[in-house]
Design a protein. Structure first.
Ligand SMILES: Cc1cc2nc3c(=O)[nH]c(=O)nc-3n(C[C@H](O)[C@H](O)[C@H](O)COP(=O)(O)O)c2cc1C
Length: 211
């Protein structure tokens, strides 16, 4: 009952100030990783990440997220080909000067990351709005992303892929909608501290509209 590591209400652990500070650091230091060491992840690590993802909230406890590990070099080749087609098209239209560098890093990530993981949302549950199912899937991805970072594992989000080509390349059920594609592995670089746009209290206040 008086165990300081428990809240006293249930079996829920008490989250103390030190834990909260660490949790905040996890939020602040999680990065989108684009350069990976080729070393494989240990046995069972992808499964553990997916288990953590599955703790995310979902409407009506429906867990609509589905994950696909992409191990086949042929399928990875199809993904990379899709990325290249979109990159060429985007470069032709976009004037952002650093875009070439970003795309180059993303291509390197696709070639070097030991794990490729695609996230889909199962839309076969017709009583729930597809948007809610997709939002829940994005929350699961965020949980996975944070859990990975806590273990020193990097995740990089690659969104420049053709949903149809990807769905076809991975041969998934027809009710699955593509949500995101992730390169996962140990980061090649030290994490950098990033100044997010709404980091200070004043900046955050500007994000909140009061009515
Ligand atoms: C929905 C979504 C899509 C993203 N797509 C890409 C992408 O295609 N390529 C990329 O390099 N990063 C992508 N990112 C990562 C963001 O660029 C990154 O989170 C942002 O720059 C902030 O950096 P940080 O995650 O290291 O804090 C994506 C992130 C989200 C949430």
């Amino acid at each position: 009952m008086n165990d300081p590591a428990r809240t006293g209400r249930t079996n829920e652990p008490a989250f103390d100030a030190a834990f909260r500070a660490q949790l905040h650091s996890l939020f602040a230091w999680r990065r989108d990783v684009r350069r990976f060491r080729p070393d494989p992840l240990g046995e069972g690590i992808v499964e553990r990440l997916v288990q953590a993802a599955s703790l995310a909230p979902a409407v009506g406890l429906i867990q609509p997220w589905r994950f696909v590990t992409v191990d086949s070099s042929v399928r990875r080749g199809a993904i990379i080909a899709s990325f290249k087609r979109m990159a060429i098209d985007t470069l032709a239209r976009n004037v952002r000067t650093d875009l070439g560098t970003v795309l180059h890093l993303e291509l390197a990530a696709l070639r070097e990351a030991p794990v490729h993981l695609a996230a889909f949302c199962d839309l076969s549950t017709t009583e729930v709005s597809p948007t809610m199912l997709e939002v829940a899937t994005a929350m699961a991805v965020n949980t996975l992303w944070l859990d990975a970072h806590a273990y020193g594992i990097g995740v990089g989000w690659i969104s420049m892929l053709e949903p149809d080509a990807l769905t076809q390349a991975l041969d998934v059920p027809k009710d699955w909608r593509y949500v995101g594609y992730f390169c996962i592995g140990y980061p090649a670089d030290e994490p950098t501290e990033v100044q997010h746009e709404f980091e200070t209290q004043e900046e955050t206040a500007a994000q909140i509209l009061r009515r």
